[in-house]
Design a protein around this ligand. Structure first.
Ligand code: KG4
Ligand code: ZN
Length: 337
């Protein structure tokens, strides 16, 4: 994909998991609005995202969320150049709500329509930050979220080489599972992030699954090790802070080691972090102190799922002439490449 100076104003919709979000994004870099209706309280009682409940809630709020995104941007649908929506990966029922809404709007107003990959959205969240003018390819981009831990070499807009990914649990999934084991509220990631500074990262020696000299990750052994360690304690007297700190450092160590090695091997200009886990303070700080090149990450609100990042990714497709037909379907296991 080559860069052009063409402008765009995009209404983007994201409903792949448990946030209902709509945004208006200009030229792939300016957020005019970014409304996020989180369902986290709804799912906390189940200790995880309940797919049926998620899709039903998306249906209830999607109209109001889209309306609010347009209102906050002081615009109507007629001002939009394109309607973009997350097509996958994600939960099938949740994706369907967003895709059907976007198709309906595109059809009613005869607007171009684009189905966007959620992972690409996370990658493009960096184009919505103050770093946008400093970005120079090639870049190493690590997507760490509840569903993904993927390392890509990005050589141009839309040009990716997949270097590695998780073989089992995603980093965020490991945080959520360990959070549950520690009796913390869902989602576990932010709760562990908050508690870890009060604990000792060296209290327990949890495994770092570096496996081979490739760029794949594995976190399920780490989760099992935490679970085994917990069995040594009376449930009421769990050293939660020390366990959280030791677990978090084990995750961060592996993510940093592999990212640093790839950054050196591919001679990139910078490392980009994105996805929910990139909000993690220890991950951000360790990457910045240990890597000899710029490490960039989005503000917390753009780390977790939001529609603005979908609008940012859609911009590059739109200005390069891509248009999708309204016949496209959701793809729950959509790959980036
Ligand atoms: O990107 P995201 O909102 O959804 C997916 O695409 O999966 O990521 C959600 C994940 C959850 O697993 C959550 O626990 C994790 O991101 N997360 C964090 C933090 N904030 C969110 N993990 C570690 N530290 C955080 N501060
Ligand atoms: Zn996500």
């Amino acid at each position: 994909m080559s860069e052009t100076s063409q402008n765009s104003r995009i209404l983007a919709i994201e409903t792949s998991c448990d946030e209902t979000s709509a945004a208006v994004v200009e030229d792939g870099r300016t957020i005019l609005s970014n409304i996020i209706a989180s369902q986290v309280d709804l799912h906390a009682q189940f200790g995880g995202v309940f797919p049926e409940v998620a899709s039903r809630r998306h249906i209830e709020v999607i109209h109001a969320v889209v309306q609010q995104a347009l209102e906050e941007a002081h615009m109507g649908l007629d001002n939009m150049d394109c309607i973009a929506v997350t097509r996958g990966p994600g939960l099938v029922g949740s994706l369907l709500v967003g895709v059907n809404m976007a198709k309906g709007l595109a059809l009613a107003r005869n607007k171009p329509f684009l189905g966007i990959n959620h992972i690409e959205g996370h990658i493009y969240s960096l184009w919505l930050t103050e770093h946008v003018d400093e970005i120079e390819f090639p870049i190493l981009t690590l997507v760490v979220s509840g569903g993904h831990t993927e390392l890509y070499l990005m050589t141009d807009h839309g040009q990716y080489q997949h270097l590695g990914g998780t073989l089992d649990d995603a980093a965020g999934e490991a945080f959520d599972k360990v959070g549950r084991l520690l009796g913390l509220p869902f989602p576990g990631g932010p709760a562990i992030d908050k508690l870890a500074p009060s604990g000792s990262a060296t209290a327990y020696k949890f495994p770092r699954a570096v496996m081979d000299d490739g760029y794949n990750f594995s976190f399920s052994g780490l989760k099992t090790a935490v679970s085994r360690q917990i069995k040594h304690f009376d449930k009421a007297r769990l050293p939660v802070e020390d366990l959280a700190a030791s677990f978090q450092t084990a995750v961060v160590d592996v993510l940093v080691a592999k990212t640093a090695r790839a950054a050196e091997a591919y001679g990139v200009t910078a490392v980009h972090l994105s996805g929910g886990v990139s909000a993690n303070k220890e991950l951000r700080e360790t990457m910045q102190t240990q890597l000899p090149l710029p490490v960039r990450y989005p503000p917390p609100i753009l780390c977790t799922d939001n529609a603005a990042m979908i609008g940012a990714a859609a911009h590059w497709h739109f200005v390069n002439g891509r248009r999708d037909t309204l016949n496209i379907d959701v793809i729950p296991s959509l790959q980036l490449i």
